[in-house]
Design a protein. Structure first.
Length: 82
């Protein structure tokens, strides 16, 4: 059985200076990074889910903004699906 790692919405708007800051996002992203490193080392599948908000009146994860980008701590590598 092969497993996959699915990383959901670790995006800049959740970090300091973003439009929807969360509590300790760096710690959560660092934890995800440890798992991500394990999957990459083993050559197992990694999938990144990037939320782009297209709803009228949305205030964060807006298309074409830095806030919608996946955070550098877990930045996708070539070949990883987004």
């Amino acid at each position: 059985m092969i497993s996959a790692f699915i990383i959901v919405d670790i995006q800049n708007d959740y970090f300091k200076g973003g439009k929807n800051e969360l509590y300790q996002p760096e710690q959560a992203a660092s934890n995800a990074r440890r798992v991500l490193d394990h999957y990459r080392e083993k050559g197992l599948p990694v999938y990144h889910v990037q939320h782009i908000s297209s709803r009228e009146g949305a205030t964060f994860f807006l298309p074409g903004t830095d806030g919608a980008e996946i955070h550098k701590i877990v930045k996708p590598q070539p070949g990883e699906k987004v």
